[in-house]
Design a protein around this ligand. Structure first.
Ligand SMILES: Cc1cc2nc3c(=O)[nH]c(=O)nc-3n(C[C@H](O)[C@H](O)[C@H](O)COP(=O)(O)OP(=O)(O)OC[C@H]3O[C@@H](n4cnc5c(N)ncnc54)[C@H](O)[C@@H]3O)c2cc1C
Length: 479
């Protein structure tokens, strides 16, 4: 089986996974609060069939249609196919679902395409990874990932003091498996995923080998405990809450309590050189292609939404409003240009994998600011209008409809219903509980911006020759 449908996806979630929500252990497929979001996630799988020309390619092994997000890119054509797939999939939620399965698929395919990184350690671990990649293709599995150490005390290193006892590590080795315990942040989509994929993010130091881990286990594995935040999905009509009614991709904190990982599912175990080489090799160009395209689709939506809000108030030509609209369009254009530039300068990594240029990682530094600013603009443009929005069934009452038509229309002949729809969508996008959670997601899902800025500086020092100041002073005779 490849390229699942919604029905097949939902059937796969009905198992003994341990998920805690609102103080109870819940069965995700039956928990009333989760049903809207589950339907929303499931719809993604039907969407890929509905847009098969963009989302699916033929699996060379089985001959079945598979998600293009699972291609190991070997050529420019492969990258173009992936681009089409990411863009179409992002249009399902207009980027409000950040962690649709194509995200982790891109990470996994990228790692599967880089055996050269594993050549510094044990190739059997890369063979395990390739087999896992095949499993994911054949089952069209949905992955979550947890890659951040669960450090609490920020005055000491992440793997020192009390932090050392919190974070996921190997606690026992048997002939056919390792046993791991500890916590990891954060599993977006965790309760709705089939597999949990743990792999390296920030580098670790010599002496910290027991934390140098990469593996995957089914979410239902004994000892994998997911502790959920409140669910922000709401039981409401799609027309009233177009995002919150369907698109809460539920985050969880994951505790691994003596989880047994079979040897064939271990991808890194103690080799610091391999561990530290994976993220820089696979993340910047490869994973950023998916995330930047998702962000561009979201910015398109945000721009159009803000234009509609301005038209509803007939202030589209007012100087302050024009500037805000131009600002969002500018973010969109810069994102598009960054993607285009990285795809145009795509290159063979030397292992046969063909990745967009790693300069695309700059998007990770600036997108959090841009996304926050977009929400700020929505609040500024929308003001009280964001709250003057009855649920749309109010229009079903003839008397109320007449009153709302009279007192709550948009400008320029826009109907009251149309105006209501626009501002309800805007509130759900930026101001609702889900909107706030998505804002936090944009701020942190690729790590903190502070770390990204520091990384950019180190990259600049390593990648380019500097000395302009001295040259200028020398040329000017000042030195
Ligand atoms: C909604 C959401 C969903 C997420 N989903 C996932 C997921 O599915 N899987 C996953 O693995 N991760 C996920 N993450 C990301 C992850 O869990 C962390 O929140 C994120 O990487 C930030 O990591 P951190 O706490 O280590 O931040 P840090 O980098 O430590 O930053 C925390 C704060 O410390 C400060 N800081 C840090 N370094 C510096 C510095 N050098 N100088 C100055 N200040 C600094 C900054 O103020 C920063 O805001 C998600 C995050 C969110 C918010």
């Amino acid at each position: 089986m490849t390229a699942r449908t919604s029905k097949q996806y939902l059937a796969g979630l009905s198992d003994e996974r341990e998920v805690w929500l609102n103080g109870r252990r819940v069965k995700v497929t039956e928990e009333p609060a989760l049903q809207g979001s589950l339907r929303g996630m499931a719809g993604y799988y039907d969407w890929q069939h509905r847009h098969a020309e963009d989302c699916l390619v033929t699996d060379a092994v089985s001959g079945q249609p598979m998600s293009a997000s699972l291609i190991i890119p070997r050529s420019r054509e492969d990258l173009t196919a992936r681009h089409r797939c990411y863009e179409r999939l992002a249009r399902y939620s207009y980027g409000m679902l950040g962690r649709t399965p194509d995200y982790c698929n891109t990470t996994l395919s990228g790692q599967a395409g880089r055996p050269d990184i594993w050549a510094k350690g044990e190739m059997r671990h890369h063979d395990n990874l390739k087999r896992f990649h095949r499993e994911v293709i054949e089952g069209d599995l949905s992955l979550t990932h947890t890659i951040i150490h669960a450090a609490i005390d920020r005055s000491i290193p992440e793997l020192a003091g009390m932090n050392a006892d919190l974070t996921l590590r190997v606690t026992e080795r048997r002939s056919d498996r390792i046993v791991v315990s500890g916590a990891k942040l954060l599993a977006t989509l965790g309760p709705f995923a089939d597999e949990i994929f743990v792999y390296p993010a920030a580098p670790i130091q010599k002496g910290e080998e027991k934390y140098a881990l990469a593996f995957a286990v089914p979410v239902k594995t004994k000892g994998v405990i997911q502790v959920c935040r409140d669910h922000y999905g709401v039981d409401a009509a799609v027309r009233d809450r177009p995002f919150s009614s369907r698109f809460d991709e539920q985050d969880s904190f994951v505790i691994f309590d003596n989880v047994e990982v079979p040897n064939e599912r271990v991808f890194v175990d103690g080799n610091i050189e391999v561990y530290n080489a994976i993220a820089p090799a696979v993340f910047p160009g490869n994973v950023l292609q998916q995330t930047a395209i998702r962000a561009a689709v979201k910015l398109e939506f945000a721009y159009d939404l803000c234009v509609q809000m301005a038209r509803a108030q007939n202030n589209e030509k007012r100087p302050d409003v024009v500037m805000m609209l131009g600002e969002i369009y500018g973010y969109l254009q810069m994102t598009r240009m960054a993607i285009h530039s990285a795809e145009t300068r795509a290159f063979d990594t030397g292992s046969g994998a063909f990745f967009p240029h790693p300069d695309l990682a700059i998007v990770k530094t600036f997108m959090p600011m841009w996304m926050l600013r977009v929400n700020d603009i929505i609040d500024t443009l929308g003001a009280h209008n964001l709250l003057v929005t009855p649920t749309l069934d109010t229009f079903d009452d003839a008397r109320m409809r007449a009153l709302l038509d009279r007192y709550m229309p948009g400008a320029n002949g826009m109907s009251a219903q149309e105006r209501t729809r626009i501002f309800r969508a805007a509130w759900d996008f930026s101001g609702s509980a889900l909107g706030s959670r998505v804002e936090l997601y944009e701020r942190y899902y690729l790590g903190s911006r502070q770390r990204a800025l520091a990384g950019d500086h180190f990259t600049a020092q390593a990648a380019e020759k500097w000395g302009q100041v001295h040259s200028f002073l020398k040329d000017s005779g000042a030195l």
